[in-house]
Design a protein around this ligand. Structure first.
Ligand code: FAD
Length: 527
């Protein structure tokens, strides 16, 4: 048995109230369990943005659960050399907290993390954060209509659960025979080993995605030899990064409207790309010409150039930006290998052609578990069904935010909210607005819970998948945008302003609305 301190008084639950008995030491005996109105997961752009906007609207009864000991999500974890954003910083930041001090067009990781830290401090979010608190399980209780959360720091009850656990927060290692028997040093780019000196080492890099094109040019001058294992070459266009001059930063500081104008111009430039990606892939031919010219200019060797020339339409996989990746590959200590890896041995890598290359270090730039993440296996809705079960074989949500069978659950960057062309912060803010409007509706109509209707969720996703069929992402390449069944459950198939328009207002007519009865505790949103 354990007790809950709630505004309506103290309520006692038995372990049977939960789907799985909670085993944390704090549940033994009669220990009280904290009950909050809202629990938010994560302190990346999503969780932090949600917390800030709640605070701005006068909400205080919320907790932010963060498994790590610092702010930042993506920008805390990815510390590899050269890590930076690939959407210009003026746009890749909160609309309500422009930063006039960005040092470069594409700011480095440390600066982005500092920005997030300063936002947390400035908007008073730090006291709400429960550090080193990993959400292990969340179960919706039909009896008391709230979420029962198990974290590494104990238990918690929350009326609403908002997941900002990140689409790219679970590093994925390649399943290559023998890799677990490698006796050298192996790590993922999102878990960079700063204690390990690469100088003079024979290094193998597996993967050529957005992270690898950033760190390869940084490590190449220092290593003895770099073997780059390349399966499918990415399309790479010029990055054109540059420092932001001091006079511009001063201008942005004293005349913030000027930065907003720059931000708006960047937004519409990026948005134009959706025209090609979503509606008319033929429009992308110009982009492919630019990328081919970039390659030809930077790589003189025709054999290497052939290896680096993509054979699919630009945009089908993420378009990468780099001015120094190709030059790094032309250096004498670099070999680009397109033969598939057959096996990893204790000190070497064997390829399909029978060649064996000795290596001291393997760095995996192999991305993240996106469509097969762990957390959905531990979120239980109506009838004890897990989100992973509900999402088998393909994930889906209503407006990327709510899921039938999971009342009072909100996803930030849920299914089909990712982008191949614009800032994810824009999508996050659109979803936050939708959730805030839902909270207004719940308060105004005295609702205990909201749950999207299955027919609405289905109609929405049928439309998405119909639109997806004509996009560049389904033009035939293999990419992390697609799940095991070949569906694109990752990206938004449209302009971002359309997503913004569709999430501006909560739409109660598409939801089951569960009213509060007089006896139930008053879930006021302010305290
Ligand atoms: C290297 C890299 C570069 C990128 N560059 C860009 C870019 O330029 N532009 C762009 O638009 N997007 C970019 N992205 C995508 C980026 O992930 C998003 O833009 C955004 O940062 C996601 O924010 P988030 O808060 O949703 O997730 P995250 O930043 O991943 O934060 C999730 C947080 O949740 C916490 N968490 C997860 N699970 C649990 C749990 N069970 N319990 C407690 N806490 C948990 C994590 O510790 C983390 O702090 C990039 C991604 C990577 C990896």
């Amino acid at each position: 048995m354990f007790q809950v301190f709630a505004r309506g008084g103290r309520k006692t639950f038995s372990d049977n109230d939960l789907r799985t008995p909670l085993s944390n030491g704090s549940s033994s005996g009669e220990s009280p369990v904290r009950h909050v109105h809202m629990a938010i997961l994560g302190t990346g752009f999503a969780g932090l943005g949600m917390a800030i906007r709640l605070k701005q609207e006068g909400h205080n009864d919320f907790v932010v659960l963060e498994r790590a000991a610092d702010i930042g999500g993506t920008w805390r974890d990815n510390t590899y050399p050269g890590c930076a954003c690939d959407i210009p910083s003026h746009l890749y930041s909160f609309s309500f907290a422009l930063n006039p001090n960005w040092s470069r067009a594409y700011s480095p990781q440390g600066e982005i993390q500092d920005y997030l830290r300063s936002c947390a401090k400035r908007f008073g979010i730090l006291p709400h954060i429960q550090w080193n608190s990993e959400l292990q399980q969340a179960a919706w209780s039909e009896d008391d209509h709230c979420w029962h959360l198990t974290t590494t720091q104990g238990q918690l009850l929350a009326d609403l659960l908002i997941l900002g656990n990140g689409p790219l927060s679970e590093p994925s290692l390649p399943a290559i025979p023998g890799i677990e028997g490698f006796e050298g040093t192996l790590f993922h780019s999102a878990q960079w080993r700063h204690d390990y000196d690469l100088t003079g080492k024979r290094v193998a890099v597996i993967g050529t995605g957005a992270s690898a094109v950033q760190f390869v040019p940084q490590i190449q001058p220092h290593v003895a030899h770099l073997s780059l294992f390349l399966r499918t070459p990415p399309w790479i266009v010029p990055r054109l990064d540059h420092p932001i001059p001091a006079w511009q930063r001063t201008l942005f500081r004293f005349l913030p409207i000027t930065q907003r104008v720059v931000r708006t111009i960047i937004y519409w430039q990026r948005e134009l790309l959706a025209l090609g990606l979503v509606y008319r892939p033929a429009v992308l031919e110009d982009g492919m010409q630019i990328a081919r010219r970039h390659l030809a200019k930077q790589v003189a060797d025709p054999v290497l150039r052939a290896k680096l020339t993509p054979e699919y339409i630009l945009g089908c996989k993420r378009i990468l930006l780099s001015d120094d990746f190709y030059p790094a590959l032309t250096q004498p200590n670099v070999e680009v290998i397109t033969d598939r890896i057959r096996e990893v041995r204790a000190h070497s890598i064997m390829t399909e052609d029978g060649r064996e290359r000795e290596v001291d270090t393997i760095i995996c730039g192999t991305g993240f578990h996106v469509t097969d993440a762990q957390l959905p296996q531990r979120i239980y809705g109506h009838g004890g069904q897990s989100l992973a079960e509900k999402w088998h074989p393909s994930s889906s949500a209503y407006k990327g935010t709510t899921v039938a069978g999971f009342p009072n659950l909100f996803l930030l960057i849920g299914p089909n909210t990712g982008l191949g062309h614009n800032s994810m912060v824009f999508m996050i803010e659109a979803q936050i607005q939708y959730i805030l409007d839902c909270l207004h509706t719940m308060k105004r109509r005295r609702l205990l819970a909201v749950e999207v209707r299955p027919d609405q969720e289905e109609t929405f996703n049928r439309e998405l998948q119909r639109r997806m069929r004509r996009t560049v992402w389904t033009s035939g390449c293999a990419s992390w945008y697609l799940d095991a069944s070949g569906r694109n459950t990752t990206l938004w198939p449209g302009f971002t302003f359309e997503f913004w328009r569709r999430t501006r207002h909560f739409d109660p007519q598409h939801y089951h609305l569960i009213p509060r009865t007089a006896s139930q505790r008053v879930a006021t949103s302010t305290s």
